[in-house]
Design a protein. Sequence first.
Lengths: 198, 198
Amino acid sequence: MPAPRDRRTERYAATRREILDAAWDLVRANGLGSLAMRDLGARVGMRAQSLYAYFPSKFAIYDAMFAESNRELLRRVSGMASVRDPIKALRERARIFLVFCVEEPGRFQLLFQRTIPGFEPSPEAYAPAMDALESAADAIRACGISDARAIDMWTAINSGLAAQQTSNDPGGDRWVRLADEATEMFLAHYAPARKRKA
Amino acid sequence: MPAPRDRRTERYAATRREILDAAWDLVRANGLGSLAMRDLGARVGMRAQSLYAYFPSKFAIYDAMFAESNRELLRRVSGMASVRDPIKALRERARIFLVFCVEEPGRFQLLFQRTIPGFEPSPEAYAPAMDALESAADAIRACGISDARAIDMWTAINSGLAAQQTSNDPGGDRWVRLADEATEMFLAHYAPARKRKA
DNA sequence: GTCTATATTTGGATAGAC
DNA sequence: GTCTATCCAAATATAGAC
């Protein structure tokens, strides 16, 4: 089907978008766990109940947020394909990931800390996360690293930096600025003997 | 004051203790964020309202849990003072920390992920955490590391391993088993040139 | 110190009119 | 598609009797 341009459908999609934007605003302001249907409705000029015309439940909203966050992360790291030098690429990838996490702590919490009681992302929402992880594994292999443990170490280091940054120095850069050093440390340990920077 | 043995005071303290134990049970069963005064009361054979005779608010309960968790962590890492070899001591310390985090994910969440909307630990509850951190800094310095950034990197690595473990492989050991390797990687990067294990 | 009773707030969700 | 009206449930917290 060629998806006929349907004004009604377009309007509907636009409102869904508006609701999600409002949800991010609220999460930014009050924290992920404090998102409430009432507030959300108020923010888009609706009663809370009307939101159910767009999302079947609150978790469905979280799920949509989860999905679009993962897509965004995937989009950003995919933009890295152009960088030739694999070492440089890995370093840049770490920076991108950290910026992504730190610029929106609620998003980081949603994606990586699983902190909302009862919420489990749907497989569809989760899928791009696996692509992003696979892409990270590729980048690591491109540096000549084949050790399977390295990828787990890599995710631990970078999510650890992000977590410390958001919970112990929100708004600052005390941990984010360690990104390059962390990558260097990681490479020194896992990459087959390579020249050190003088 | 020699704290006169007062049966009433003792009973009171015992009940507080009982309430906190029950709270940990519930957190273990339902997750940190789902702790509810009703359930808690039921678990100790009281109405929820009666709990207010022992704690002025729910946050006060979280605060007490926060405080005793930090004391417990401090206690465990302090037991390390006896280990002579500083490298061995650091390695052992990482393992202790990881076990501490992984054996009680709700505790990890409470202490390090700051996930309960509105809850801030009191300074008294937080104090032992700073002692534990100071103790970690000592252990790192004992390995000949003076770089101030190293301590931040150390906390990021270890809390990162703990977070990945609890949220992506709960009950398993996929990240915990990387502890020694992480310590090795850390030392190789920060410690003044030292003999590698053949 | 624990209870009953109740206040208060909050939040998710449904039914049905328009 | 949005509203009013409601429901229902859960949760924190207070007042006052016993």
